[in-house]
Design a protein around this ligand. Structure first.
Ligand code: CA2
Length: 147
């Protein structure tokens, strides 16, 4: 079986769909995982969906993906705007990286408009709601040459 595409979510994204629907919509992280899983099956790839509130755990999964993953889709949450550790880990990963934000971070507070992760990301999807994750999955699969 080919290597999985990692779908990583950072802090507070476990609360998706539970609060602030005007910003993040009403779909939950479980809905995101289901939508990506359905698409992965259609495209003939495997995925590994993970969420953590802890920076080091996200770094560990990115390092795991170096050996075991074909690509990374990551919504680092607020760590996008602060984490050089996550950037460094992604810089050590050789496959395609797509950064996803549910909201359009460029329409929001100034502190959300800079992302360290964007310095490594091959593509960035922001403001497309949770649909951004399936768009990112299509892109990773296309870059990997599987479509
Ligand atoms: O738009 C995004 O996807 C963000 O990465 C979400 C992060 C935020 O810090 C980034 O600036 C943009 C926060 C996710 C918090 O999600 C919640 C969802 C529902 C209720 C509370 C928090």
């Amino acid at each position: 079986m080919s290597k999985p595409i990692y779908i990583l979510n950072g802090p507070n994204l476990n609360l998706l769909g539970q609060r602030q629907p005007e910003i993040y919509g009403r779909e939950t992280l479980a809905d995101v995982a289901q939508g990506c899983s359905d698409l992965a099956e259609e495209l003939g790839v495997t995925i590994r969906c993970l969420q953590s509130n802890h920076e080091g755990q996200l770094v560990d999964w990115i390092q795991e993906a170096r050996a075991q993953g074909a690509g990374i889709i990551i919504n680092p949450g607020a760590y996008s705007h602060t984490s050089i550790a996550i950037l460094d880990a992604l810089n050590a990963f050789e496959g395609p990286v797509i950064e996803v934000h549910v909201s359009n971070i460029h329409k929001r507070e100034a502190f959300r408009q800079h992302s360290y992760v964007s310095l490594r990301a091959d593509g960035v999807i922001a403001g497309c709601g949770v649909e951004g994750y399936v768009l990112a999955l299509r892109r990773v699969v296309s870059v990997l040459g599987k479509t």
